[in-house]
Design a protein around this ligand. Structure first.
Ligand code: NAD
Length: 356
């Protein structure tokens, strides 16, 4: 990653009031980018956006990506060189309760972002963020590769598979790599696994649920203790998105495709292993117990093969899952102590940057 690339760079970021978008907004601010965010209100209370004062160093717009006119206006006035699209209904369980809202946000919203981007004459690079769940899950033991088929059992996963297909179609239709000299825009999609880090208060995500449990009662409940997931610190995939955007900007169509950003093989831990590490890092006699499963369908086995990003982007994860959990628990501890969370979050970004 080249920090100087981002100095003064105009970036349009959707989802900046969310967990990953909040971290990315702070990282971009730290690098000196001119960031315009476009999102609904923070999806949780508390939120990283509020406790780390994310809106302070950027232009923060409140808007709905389903509103094509408002989005296009915002894009026109920001004239970004880079678009990072992270806004989404990002959870599996709410997608069963509101499939319509999930598909309209994740599919039509993504369509609107791609079409609005056509109005930004200055645009050079666009990264559309989806998920490892976009793949048709066959419970394979090998990691999913970029060319594997899209799918998705639940509405969230399927909506992200749709967003991938849509992004490929928009690229072919409006930003064809063969005509890059004419339009000058390169579009890629990015798929990452389960992300952990401070400032995530989403319900039904493992680490936030465990932290809520240990802070409330000293005991965390586990639904699917043997499920295997590829765990990584939020800064790892975000570093991948930043490197990808730089390459798209500098070298255009050679990088305009789909990319996996997953952890090392050894970081595919079971829910039980993650929970044990979180409660031991928290201390204070915290523990966890199985709550007997239940809930909607969840894939048991899901890993990503990120060898393409390693080989062609030179990206690799910096913090293993144990280090990622320790940073996450340290963040939660600092917040519980009433610390300055903007400063603390920026310090973790700097610490991460020094190992790049
Ligand atoms: N957190 C993870 O573990 C994980 C894993 C894989 C992929 N992802 C993807 O990364 C992205 C960010 O996820 P997150 O964890 O930060 O989610 P989040 O729920 O914390 O944040 C979602 C963001 O999208 C915004 N948003 C939602 N609907 C919107 C709409 N209709 N219009 C405008 N803004 C809207 C919210 O306001 C918020 O800023 C998503 O695309 C998600 O699918 C997340």
């Amino acid at each position: 990653m080249d920090p100087s690339f981002w100095k003064g760079r105009r970036v349009f970021l959707t989802g900046h009031t969310g967990f990953k978008g909040g971290w990315l907004a702070l990282w971009l601010q730290h690098l000196g980018a001119q960031v315009t965010g476009f999102s609904l209100e923070p999806p949780t209370r508390p939120s990283l956006f509020e406790v780390a004062l994310v809106g302070r160093g950027m232009r923060s717009l409140q808007g709905d990506i389903r509103d094509a006119d408002a989005l296009t206006q915002a894009m026109k006035s920001a004239q970004p060189e880079v678009v990072m699209h992270l806004a989404a209904q990002a959870l599996v369980r709410p997608s069963y309760q509101d499939p319509h809202g999930t598909y309209t946000t994740n599919v039509i919203g993504t369509l609107n972002v791609l079409l609005a981007a056509r109005q930004a004459a200055s645009l050079r690079a666009m990264v559309v963020v989806t998920t490892d769940k976009c793949y048709e899950n066959r419970e394979w033991e090998r990691g999913y590769r970029e060319e594997d088929p899209m799918g998705g059992h639940d509405p969230y996963s399927s909506s992200k598979g749709c967003a991938e297909l849509l992004t490929a179609s928009m690229r072919a239709s409006y930003f064809p790599p063969a005509e890059h000299a004419r339009h000058g825009v390169a579009v890629a999609s990015a798929r990452a696994g389960n992300v952990i880090g401070g400032g995530d208060w989403a319900v039904d995500r493992l680490v936030p649920d465990i932290l809520r449990g240990v802070q409330a009662t000293g005991v965390a409940e586990l639904r699917h203790p043997s499920a295997i997931r590829p765990w990584q610190h939020v800064l790892d995939p975000l570093a991948g998105y930043l490197i990808l955007a730089e390459r798209l900007h500098a070298q255009g169509p050679a990088f305009g495709e789909a990319w996996n950003f997953g952890p090392e093989e050894a970081d595919a831990w079971s829910v039980r292993q993650v929970a044990d590490r979180v409660v031991s890092a928290w201390g204070d006699g915290a523990g966890c117990r199985e709550s007997g499963g239940g809930g909607p369908h969840e894939a048991h086995w899901l890993k990503l093969d990120a060898s393409k990003a390693r080989q062609r982007l030179g990206w690799r994860p910096r913090w293993d899952v144990g280090q990622a959990i320790d940073r996450t628990v340290a963040w939660a501890r600092a917040h519980a102590r009433g610390g300055d969370m903007r400063k603390f979050t920026l310090e973790q970004i700097v610490e991460y940057g020094t190992c790049m």
